[in-house]
Design a protein around this ligand. Structure first.
Ligand code: APR
Ligand code: PHB
Length: 390
């Protein structure tokens, strides 16, 4: 087979780029390790920057997001028994975020690909990248006993943190930066009415908690837990009791509890791989970078990678201009690192750190006091949360 752009990974990054390119008549193939159902079974975050929402609309995939997603113009930070609102709209001159589950967004992308007869090949095995620096870059993969070869102009590694693409860059070229946090998030999905119309990020001596939602009948909650904990350590009752203990009293009293329909623990890590290009391979999304979920930047930092790659490939094929491709890694990393900084800062502000000494804890408290005493600090938080410009 031959295609212009070979995309490895049928998650949000790979699907969105595939859809955008196809709409411009740029031939591409997506290779996905798992089935569509498996990919759609993953529970992920649910806050979209306005830039991501715009990209979904440009990809003609924004209809259900606009119909079912919720525009949120602010969120709360709770601490010491009270909650204070961060006015996103007011601090950013009218910007906001869309609350819409990544699972639904990925479903919309799959449906759009199917509607255009997009080439998404599932259950591929042993994907291997070849000749990345040569003049015949190609991908091979196994389908049963057959080895299939796809010749491409360019290969996009959108195969997530555990994918094959990043690992195809020679170790003496790739530089990896990582920070591991000493805790995880225990998340619960429940068919209950959300406790608050807007998200509540709670800082408490017992640990961080987050009240989020997927719709008015589907709630998403998280509590910070030690990495030594397992899901089996937490019954639903134990989760609800601990969540209430970390929220202001009047919020806890309004919390509707119910059976968890999904419960899992996610570790928190910050990770960036540089460069995001090697020859004809371009990394995008989780394949190149990971953030702790605190700032809801995961999917949103993938969006700017896709935006840059889409325009760079468009310029290459339509205008014979390779400036975007040449600048991709530097440009993408500049915004990736800003999302890293913001995610690290929000994580540092809101979580309890077992190894902190008294000075560290006073510094953390001062950060919170300064935030709510300064219009500039709140503006900085708000402009990062709604999404810095692409
Ligand atoms: N061959 C083919 N596909 C692969 C391979 C491989 N060797 N390895 C992984 N994949 C697939 C995975 O099955 C997954 O569906 O690549 C896809 C990568 O998708 P994601 O991990 O969702 O990454 P991305 O599309 O960049 O989306 C980033 O997803 O994980 C969340 O928090 C993250 O919100 C962020 C978003
Ligand atoms: C979620 O709804 O899953 C969510 C929302 C905001 C975050 C992280 C996760 O910062």
């Amino acid at each position: 087979m031959k295609t212009k752009v070979g995309i490895i990974g049928g998650g949000p990054s790979g699907l969105l780029l595939s859809q955008l390119l196809d709409l411009q008549g740029i031939d591409n193939i997506v290779l996905e390790k798992h089935s569509r159902e498996y990919v759609l079974g993953r529970i992920r975050a649910g806050v979209l920057e306005h830039g991501f929402a715009e990209l979904m609309r440009e990809a003609q995939c924004g209809e259900r997001m606009d119909a079912e997603g919720e525009i949120h113009e602010g969120f709360y930070i709770a601490e010491g028994g009270e909650k204070r609102r961060v006015d996103l709209d007011g601090h950013t001159g009218g910007n906001s975020v869309v609350v819409y589950g990544q699972t639904e967004l990925t479903r919309d992308l799959y449906d759009a690909r199917a509607k255009m007869d997009g080439k998404v090949i599932h259950n591929v095995e042993d994907v291997t990248l070849h000749n990345l620096k040569g003049d015949a870059p190609h991908i091979t993969y196994r389908e049963g006993d057959n080895i299939i070869r796809i010749d491409c102009d360019y290969i996009i590694g959108a195969d997530g943190f555990h994918g094959v693409s990043r690992k195809s860059i020679p170790k003496d070229v790739l530089k990896e930066h990582e920070k591991i946090y000493p805790f995880g998030w225990l998340g619960v999905l429940s068919r209950t009415k959300p406790v608050s119309p807007e998200l509540i990020y709670a800082k408490s001596d017992r640990g961080f908690a987050l009240c989020s939602l997927r719709s008015q009948v589907l709630s998403r909650y998280y509590i910070q837990v030690p990495m030594s904990d397992t899901v089996e350590d937490w019954s639903d009752d134990a989760f609800w009791t601990e969540l209430k203990a970390r929220l202001p009293k009047e919020v806890a009293e309004g919390l509707e509890t119910g059976q968890s329909i999904e419960k899992s623990i996610a570790p928190l890590r910050s990770f960036v791989a540089e460069p995001m290009r090697y020859g004809n391979l371009f990394l995008a999304g989780d394949a190149a970078h990971i953030v702790p979920p605190t700032g809801a930047r995961g999917l949103n930092s993938a969006a700017s990678d896709i935006y840059y790659l889409y325009h760079a490939l468009l310029d290459h094929y339509k205008n014979d201009d390779d400036t975007g491709l040449e600048n991709y890694s530097e440009k993408a990393l500049a915004r990736v690192w800003k999302a890293q900084r913001f995610s690290w800062w929000m994580t540092s502000l809101l979580h309890t750190f077992p190894e902190n000494n008294a000075y560290d804890n006073r510094l953390q408290q001062t950060d919170m006091e300064y935030l709510f005493s300064s219009k500039a600090a709140l503006t900085s938080l708000a402009e990062n949360y709604v999404g810095l410009p692409f």
